[in-house]
Design a protein around this ligand. Structure first.
Ligand code: SOE
Length: 386
């Protein structure tokens, strides 16, 4: 079986998730399209890089990403760094003929996204963005139901992504709150996932109007501990840093197919953990999905007898998209890693079969255009006073 050597750049939370997917993809998809080999892991912190080599099962480690992109034995560059590094690494990787798998959002802003898409287009290699939630079996089933016309033509979409890890004032500053590193806050971090889902399930977005807001303008500087997204005990509350990105964003949109939509994202919604909800209303029925109950898809069919109408709950399993690769019984429990395994499979398959895979850098650029428009609304002012 063919082998593809991976260099992972960035050994944090996402590096761990990607490594698990590379390790377990062939256990689910057998024969695998090719075997992903965890060869080289890079982190600027030498101790973290060395630990990641042992912990995530890589053969080598390093501290300079240029070592990875210029290494002739590497086939795939996996970018799991903060957003400010995506552009430079991706461009160099393409120049060296590497396939690129990149964390979302594609970049800090639309200008960077455009450069990355142009480089990807002329590279002739495969590129993919890690908008993994569209590969949740429940979401794939929703797509199948919509494409078969079972809920008719889509009239409206409501999508949310709510978390609460930054709701506490004591959540320390990190790159996710700094525009020069992240580009935006909840918008790029969470809203981009919902935009991806909306484009995947409904159609391209043509217009937006909306609002974003920073709720907590400064946060303590972490001293000691590791940045584990919100949960860090050791902080110096006397030293504060400014937050210059949005904590929450909400916008309405028009889709090119005529549907209307609304999208909300916040990291300050107490009690919400990974609250990705999708409501899709067609002229023959409706779909509801909530990632916090991701084994389930709720579907309503208007042609059910009037006295039997109601949302039915379908538990995804072997009869549903990607189900036969995963678990033999519905409701055994779809996990975050399952979405990453499917994503990893589809990327490796695209490389081996030389076909396009989505979401790719083109999708990333389209999503960046939408995020950019939402950000510009703040400057250009779209409010009418009462
Ligand atoms: C933090 O909000 C985060 O890690 C996001 O960056 C990811 O994209 C999401 O999948 C989980 O939450």
């Amino acid at each position: 079986m063919e082998e593809l050597k991976i260099a992972l750049i960035g050994a944090g939370f996402m590096g761990k998730a990607h490594s698990m997917a590379f390790a377990t993809m062939p256990m689910c998809y057998w024969p695998a399209p090719a075997l992903p080999v965890r060869d080289l892991v890079i982190d600027i912190d030498k101790d973290i890089a060395e630990e990641a080599m042992l912990r995530f099962g890589f053969s080598r480690f390093g501290t300079d990403w240029k070592q990875a992109v210029t290494d002739p034995s590497i086939d795939i560059i996996d970018i799991a760094t903060p957003n400010d590094m995506h552009l430079e690494i991706a461009i160099e990787a393409f120049k060296n003929g590497k396939h690129v798998f990149c964390e979302k959002p594609i970049a800090r802003n639309v200008a960077e996204a455009e450069q990355m898409y142009n480089a990807a287009k002329s590279s002739g290699v495969k590129h993919m963005l890690a908008f993994n939630y569209r590969r949740t079996p429940g979401v794939l089933l929703a797509k199948e139901i919509i494409e078969k016309g079972e809920i008719g033509s889509i009239q409206s979409f409501r999508g949310t992504y709510h978390q609460d890890w930054s709701a506490a004032q004591s959540t320390p500053i990190s790159w996710r709150f700094q525009k020069d590193i992240s580009g935006s806050g909840a918008l790029g971090d969470l809203g981009s996932h919902v935009i991806d889902l909306a484009r995947f399930l409904v159609s391209e977005i043509s217009h937006v109007t909306g609002y974003s807001n920073t709720l907590i303008g400064e946060r303590p500087i972490r001293c000691g501990g590791v940045d584990t997204i919100g949960n860090v005990q050791i902080q110096d509350r006397t030293r504060m840093a400014t937050v210059d990105v949005d904590d929450e964003v909400s916008f309405i949109c028009k889709f090119k197919n005529g549907a209307s939509g609304s999208i909300e994202a916040t990291r300050n919604a107490w009690g919400r953990n990974n609250f990705i909800t999708l409501e899709i209303y067609g002229d023959k029925g409706s779909i509801y999905f909530n990632y916090e109950n991701r084994d389930e898809l709720q579907v309503f069919y208007a042609d059910d007898p009037v006295n039997r109408r109601g949302f039915r709950t379908i538990y995804t399993g072997p009869a549903h998209p990607e189900g036969s690769a995963l678990w033999p019984i519905p409701a055994l429990g779809i996990g975050y890693i399952d979405t990453k395994i499917i994503e990893c499979h589809d990327f490796i398959q695209a490389i081996i079969e030389n076909k396009e895979v989505s979401p790719n850098f083109k999708d990333g650029f389209e999503i960046a255009k939408i995020c950019d428009a939402v950000q510009r609304l703040e400057d250009e002012g779209s409010w009418l006073s009462i």
